[in-house]
Design a protein around this ligand. Structure first.
Ligand code: PGA
Length: 219
């Protein structure tokens, strides 16, 4: 195994991650790079729809995504929770209160684009309530959504993993809404028939080790 690993140190890891997962994926890849400095890493940061296409067309070694694809022969392993929270500017009238869902339904939201896993989860949540979402804008980036919330376009629903900086700098707050967070999970996903090199196996192992060790700071 050692020999195999030595030989594969120069290999390539071709990975695609949901844009929402970049906040911790780069940390994982950083640890990987420390252990395998000679390995080439190719990273595509994209949304759920493109991740599905990558898996379908077999153009990546693995993906990190919010929900495994259906109808495709894949191995999907959850490794970390992905809580979706409601964000508002600190001066918002609902900040610091317990917010019932009936009140949330009357708010205006900034939505992610079609094809985003976050968007799908949010739409499912509102559909279960029998509510329609009032939206002011649709944006294809978590970073821009946070800025739009700060600029007063409405509330956002984003993964808590995207918020470290804004919460620390008190630029945004998480509203305490009933039934929130919407709890999802992050999965590592790859095609069942994919031949895994020692390098690929090492990365998968590292993801689970890091998720266990870092669960406090990741959440
Ligand atoms: P996304 O994240 O919203 O950036 O597509 C993937 C997911 O949460 O499934």
């Amino acid at each position: 195994v050692l020999e195999e690993l030595k030989g594969s140190r120069r290999g390539t890891l071709t990975i695609a991650v949901a844009s929402t997962a970049t906040y911790f994926a780069l940390h994982l890849l950083g640890r990987f790079h420390q252990r395998f400095p000679e390995a080439n890493i190719s990273l595509d940061v994209t949304n759920r729809k493109s991740l599905l296409r990558h898996l379908e067309e077999n153009t990546i070694d693995m993906a990190i995504m919010g929900k495994p694809p259906e109808g495709l022969e894949v191995v999907a392993k959850p490794f970390m929770e992905n809580p979706l929270v409601v964000i508002a500017p600190p001066a918002h009238p609902l900040a610091g209160q317990r917010v019932p869902l009936t009140v949330l339904r009357q708010e205006t939201f900034i939505l992610r684009e079609h094809g985003s896993g976050t968007r799908i989860a949010m739409e499912r949540f509102f559909a279960r309530l029998g509510a329609t979402i009032t939206s002011s804008m649709e944006i294809s980036s978590n970073e821009a959504i946070k800025q739009a919330v700060q600029a007063g376009f409405g509330l956002g629903i984003v993964s808590q993993h995207t918020l470290e900086k804004e919460l620390a700098l008190r630029r945004l707050v998480i509203l305490e809404v009933d039934s929130f967070p919407i709890m999802r999970h992050w999965y590592i996903v790859y095609r069942k028939n994919k031949r895994a090199t020692a390098l690929h196996k090492a990365f998968k192992k590292l993801v689970f080790e890091e998720a266990r060790e870092q669960s406090i700071t990741f959440n």
